[in-house]
Ligand binder design. Structure first.
Ligand code: FES
Length: 86
């Protein structure tokens, strides 16, 4: 996205914070890791992992969805072998 500021064009990146999943960033982006390495994504929309479960960190691989499912099972109680609540 671009906008005018003082007669000069400037690029404004959009970052979307989702509730339970990744942070969505308009790409392409360079992600600077805590050890100083830079990981580049050329995609137009990049999902950055916030749950720390991704196997392709810093990018989201949808592993955060497994956490949600496990919590739902915990709330529902234990299941019998037939899939019914005990
Ligand atoms: S936010 Fe999706 S795997 Fe972590």
């Amino acid at each position: 996205m671009t906008s005018r500021s003082g007669g000069r064009r400037e690029r404004v990146s959009r970052v979307v914070v989702t509730g339970e999943g990744p942070i969505l960033v308009e790409g392409p982006v360079d992600v600077v890791m805590d050890n100083g390495t830079v990981v580049r994504s050329a995609r137009s929309l990049v999902a950055l992992c916030t749950c720390r479960r991704s196997r392709i960190a810093p990018f989201c691989d949808t592993s955060h969805r497994c956490k949600v499912r496990a919590e739902r099972v915990d709330r529902a109680g234990p299941l019998t072998s037939a899939g019914e609540e005990a």
